[in-house]
Design a protein around this ligand. Sequence first.
Ligand code: FMN
Length: 257
Amino acid sequence: MIDPRREAAGAFTTTVAFVTTSGKRGPNVMAAEWTFTVSRNPFLISVHLSPKDATHDAIVEKGEFGVSLVGEDQVAAMGFAGHFTHHETDKLSSELFETYPAKKIDAPMIKGCPVNLECKLVQKVLMGDHTAFVGEVVEIAIDPAKRPIAYRHGAYQLGPRIERAHGIGVAVTPRVCKPGSDIAIDGELTCLERAGRDVIVSLESGAGVKLVAGSSRTDEHGFFELKLKVPVEVSKGEYRIAARHETSEGCARLTVN
Ligand SMILES: Cc1cc2nc3c(=O)[nH]c(=O)nc-3n(C[C@H](O)[C@H](O)[C@H](O)COP(=O)(O)O)c2cc1C
């Protein structure tokens, strides 16, 4: 039988980090998929570790840890770091790992990664069956030639960037208003040539009868905005805000009450 929690958790796609420490048992590495940027300024990273992991105790002990994103050619090392535990195995003795000494913390850093971050622990929060260790990044090394993996029930290469379908997204604020109200229309044109384009925006009845219209020119990124006034004589009901450019059309729902 399908376990919906497992299915839902497995649908998240992440990077994976090597988390490195140097506790009383010596230097160690583990794999951690639950590793995230949680603040830009200060630059904070959280890693979410099971209290069963030897790395957990080493971070509590030393108050620092290394985070090195797993690159495309490091998947075997990731699996190894994520399978064995330092409670039993000295993983860094394996030639799967090449390390260099961190500059600002006492931990080995993994060579050949797209990003290496040295972190000082600033917060530790127990969350369910994992502990969130939040570290402030005190040293950054980036290798733009390396690409991080994407992880989702296994490791994948990042594919080509998704180009958005041509179209218009549009919203009206407020979405519920009285006759005679001013309404603000915000939208985005997503065709290739989207800068400096004229978009026609109209307030229409459900039957497609135009009640009021205006036009707006897109900015350099394809965004546009416009104000319209709902005519005082419109009756209560459901209306559409339709935005059109050539063959593209986008609509928003407006209720007049
Ligand atoms: C791809 C992958 C991702 C993992 N992500 C996590 C994670 O985010 N948090 C965690 O506690 N364990 C995670 N693990 C499991 C640990 O890496 C594993 O328990 C490891 O043996 C702990 O090593 P340690 O006891 O030497 O610290 C992951 C394992 C793999 C293979």
